[in-house]
Design a protein around this ligand. Structure first.
Ligand code: F1P
Length: 351
């Protein structure tokens, strides 16, 4: 194996090994999690803050909070809280603000969390990969996942680990023991996805006829599609786009052709329509890769090895083929996905 991308590949492949520690970290804080949601009064709404990959994983996590806790939950980029607080906090409610950041040091997220924590009725949960992160001191409860931290600039296992932690928090707060046990099956499923997706991602990632990557996802998978888009841009310096699946018909599909790879993340709720869309795009000439569903004739498919698991619980698995695709695309272009051009491990600015 060449040196370029060594850390990214190791970190992608380590996901089945590091996820059990994530579930343990959440399990150990069970009582504190229950108290955070219930005291002094039950939480009324949840707001996730993050930047880049941490924002995208928050988009997906918000869906699991809505589904499992029946609470209004949404995610916004941290900078929106800094510059447009009145749009983000339209009223004073009992809000749980969840700060998400691998480093725990990204300026917008630290400032947004400081400002959110100062508002009446707000309680703060944060998740990062650093126990000594700047977010910890701002939070009523801080979940640190040090085994999921990374050497590579781009986020891979930290993305899935922080997403898994937040899904596990929602399951814990819902008191749903059966679903918590079901999460325990994800590391084995991740190993199976890695094994199946590897050769497919390598073949497509090395295919020099593909010049545009499009990621489609609905509901909890839109944040995952966005992360796929970001991985391909960051690691492989390749044009990529992400859309809510059916939005793709509303204009963007006009330029899908044989040089376009459409990666369709197949959901639970919109499965039939997403399958029809993939068939339509294949007939138009685009190349298709489906994740978690049937591929149209001539397309490729990767399964998630998690039948029976709700779509918002299996979301962390869905990211793995996208990480591999970006990795192989990068190394086939002679790039080093560990150190992408113009990017740094943490973004610190003067706010
Ligand atoms: C997130 C982030 C990444 C991006 C870049 C800089 O930071 O913006 O999404 O890939 O490497 O950091 P964090 O707040 O999660 O540490």
């Amino acid at each position: 194996m060449s040196e370029a991308g060594r850390h990214s590949l190791e970190e992608i492949q380590s996901q089945p090994r590091v996820w059990p520690a994530v579930l343990t970290a959440v399990r150990e804080r069970r009582d504190e999690i229950m108290r955070l949601f219930a005291e002094p009064e039950p939480v009324e709404e949840v707001l996730f803050l993050g930047c880049g990959s941490s924002y995208y994983l928050s988009l997906s996590a918000a869906h699991s909070f809505v589904k499992l806790l029946r609470l209004p939950a949404r995610a916004v980029p941290s900078s929106e809280v800094v510059f447009y607080p009145e749009a983000v906090f339209p009223r004073h409610g009992r809000t749980l603000v969840v700060g998400v950041s691998r480093s725990g040091e990204t300026t917008e997220t630290v400032v947004a969390l400081e400002r959110a924590a100062a508002r009446p009725g707000v309680r703060v949960l944060s998740v990062s990969c650093r126990p000594d992160s700047g977010l910890a001191g701002l939070s009523g409860l801080h979940l640190a996942l040090p085994a999921s931290d990374e050497t590579s600039v781009v986020m891979t296992r930290s993305f899935t680990s922080m997403l898994l932690a937040l899904v596990a928090v929602a399951v814990t707060a819902a008191g749903d023991e059966a679903r918590f046990r079901a999460l325990g099956s994800l590391p084995d499923a991740a190993a199976a996805v890695l094994a199946e997706a590897g050769p497919v991602a390598e073949e497509l990632g090395r295919d020099g006829t593909l010049h545009r990557y499009v990621f489609l996802g609905s509901g909890p998978l839109y944040g995952i599609a966005s992360e796929g888009m970001l991985k391909v841009k960051e690691m492989a310096l390749t044009d990529s786009e992400a859309y809510h699946s059916l939005e793709y018909r509303h204009g963007p599909k006009s330029i899908a052709d044989a040089s376009t790879l459409v990666v369709s993340l197949v959901s639970g709720a919109a499965r039939d329509e997403e399958t029809r869309l993939a068939e339509e795009l294949s007939l138009q000439g685009a190349r298709i890769l489906t994740i978690g569903g049937e591929a149209p004739r001539g397309g490729r498919a990767v399964s998630l090895h998690a039948e029976g698991l709700d779509e918002w619980l299996r979301a962390p698995l869905t990211v793995i083929p996208l990480q591999l695709l970006a990795y192989y695309r990068a190394v086939s272009r002679g790039l080093d996905p560990d150190q992408p051009q113009n990017l740094s491990h943490v973004v610190k600015i003067g706010l």
